[in-house]
Design a binder for this molecule. Sequence first.
Ligand code: SAM
Length: 289
Amino acid sequence: MKLTDMRHILATRDIRLTKSLGQNFLHDGNQIRRIIAAAELTPADRVLEIGPGLGPLTEALLPACAEVLAIEKDQRLVEVLAERFAAEPRLRLLHADALAYLQENTLDWSAWKLVANLPYSVASPMLVELCLRSRGPQRVVATLQLEVAQRLMAAADTDDYGLLSLLIQIRYEPRGCFRIPASCFFPAPEIDSACVTLVRRETPLLTDAEITIFERLIRRGFSQRRKKLFKLLKEDWTEAALTAAFAVAKLAPEIRAEQVSLEQFASLARHLENTHHVHSRSLEQTVRR
Ligand code: SAM
């Protein structure tokens, strides 16, 4: 889909783009081809696309897979898409807020791939919603802000490492990332973007019950970045349980959360899930996203 086609559709329908919906459309054919290549699509694949916009990615996805479920919040764009793809049986178009849809419908996405140029303001909560659950998509190829992409890919002891890196990486392995210049979008956003590829871990690092503990650990651990992890975790667990868990994970009591690797947090979660030494505050209090 060329830039001139986009301008033409918007002008003839008198559509003014909404900044708060992150309406920056990808018109660069090379970048779309790179995204499609990263998705490694087979003819049997089912693809979830969030925020199809005017459909530049949708039109490249459709010939390469069995089905695309595209969720778009803007009714005006849903109308454009319904017309553009009227003869395309493989497209299922849904007019909805994708974040609300994902939260309200705990569907099994494990046989799906997510391929999307996400609305930037809600890209992180959408990815956490999809990737932290037990039946998340097998592969995620998501275009988002470069700065968020860097956080998704980050390893311990780097500036970008934090809560988001761990919430995603506990179930997904980062496989690749390429930068997409702002000039590839219409209108050009103020920041550069990147496309990340995440692949669901074949062998999960933790059980679902342990992941509940893991989430609680990291949310508490990163609640005050400069404070020592041990001290923060005393809010939720007894000193005895923490001392034992830190010893198993080979962690010094002075360490801060940003220095603790994914595997070490996983070890802490495994140990603390088995000890049941949680303070009276119930696990249900863990604020989810
Ligand atoms: N995929 C298109 C492309 O690459 O040109 C459009 C991408 S644009 C960055 C983000 C799209 O997400 C817009 O079409 C916007 O209307 C839509 N959008 C924004 N918030 C949404 C939400 N909560 N649920 C579904 N779609 C949303």
